[in-house]
Ligand binder design. Structure first.
Ligand SMILES: [Zn+2]
Ligand SMILES: [Zn+2]
Ligand SMILES: [Zn+2]
Length: 310
């Protein structure tokens, strides 16, 4: 057995790590389960890039969990599975999660294997998730399917996806399930543990063996971003393994006048790629109301193609 934790707290300082090290039942632990994103309404619980590096430097594996709601049952639809999978892949990519590692999708309500309504909803949700994860365009790093939930949930998902990673959590509700990759239990009755005046609330988690999908930060990126050919992103390649870190351009709100009679532009603050748009002329067509260009404005005709770089 291998022992670790999960928490909704960010572990990215020695003070927090020392709480685990000196007050946790397993010392600092071999791994820690962390959430890939924040919930729309809730605490700031998401794993961060500097946290990934901090944990990796301290020889702690990360286990990726995706949970924004986790319930009620009506949450679990195919459309939601698709959107959750897309959001999780984007977050895992931003954090540099290595190819092939799982994302554990959370079902945080009791599911009973003999309740057909519940089983049906969970199936539909995971069909949506798996549709995205099995599509190499949507999921170029091949992140794999994991499920976080009670015994009934793990059994329900494994019945359709026998290779799914499972993280079994409390409450133990229904069915007997022993083939988990990870098993989670509450620790200290859900109260925080303390060291040196710093508190962390943890669950304890047991891994059956090394096959639980833990990962560390392994990439080395150059400082500069390169504009991607899709016009939407910029990217950089890990110099060790070629992993592509891809982010959307970040444009300022204001448009710039660059002396062009047809359009104005703005540059991505990270990679410098330009985005163009036709001027917005005032009533008499002599000045752009957005960028301040003055002169005879030439608006694109219907036969003009897409704006291109000029
Ligand atoms: Zn790499
Ligand atoms: Zn850019
Ligand atoms: Zn303009």
């Amino acid at each position: 057995m291998i022992y670790g934790y999960d928490t909704s707290e960010k572990i990215k300082s020695d003070a927090k790590l020392n709480v685990l090290k000196y007050s946790g039942p397993y010392g600092k632990g071999a791994f820690i389960g962390r959430y890939l994103t924040n919930a729309p309404s809730g605490e700031d619980k998401c794993l961060e890039y500097d946290e990934v590096k901090f944990l990796s430097d301290n020889d702690i594996n990360i286990v990726s969990i995706f949970e924004t709601y986790g319930g009620p049952l009506s949450y679990f639809t195919m459309a939601r599975g698709i959107s959750d999978a897309r959001a999780s892949v984007a977050a895992a990519t931003d954090l540099g999660q290595p190819s092939g590692k799982p994302i554990y999708f959370a079902v945080d309500i009791p599911i009973y294997v003999d309740n057909q309504n519940q089983v049906q909803a969970i199936w539909e949700y995971f069909v949506g998730v798996s549709q995205i994860l099995s599509d190499s365009n949507e999921n170029p790093h091949g992140y794999t399917l994991g499920v976080y939930g009670c015994e009934g949930t793990c059994l329900t998902v494994r019945a359709v996806y026998p290779n799914a990673y499972t993280m079994q959590c409390n409450p133990k509700t229904n069915g007997s399930f022993s083939d988990w990759n990870l098993d989670q239990s509450q620790y200290n009755n859900g109260n925080p543990i303390w060291y040196n005046g710093v508190a962390v609330t943890i669950d304890v988690v047991t891994a059956q063996n090394g096959n639980y999908g833990g990962w560390k930060h392994t990439h080395t990126y150059p400082s500069n971003w390169t504009p991607s050919s899709d016009g939407i992103h910029h990217h950089k390649h890990c110099t060790n393994c070629g992993f592509v870190l891809k982010k959307k351009h970040s444009f300022p709100s204001a448009w710039s006048n660059y002396g062009n009679a047809k359009k104005h532009r703005k540059a991505c603050t990270a990679c410098g790629a330009y985005k163009y748009e036709p001027h917005s002329p005032n009533a008499v067509g002599t000045k752009c109301t957005k960028c301040g260009y003055e002169g005879n404005i030439i608006l694109p005709s219907a036969t003009d193609g897409e704006d291109s770089n000029e």
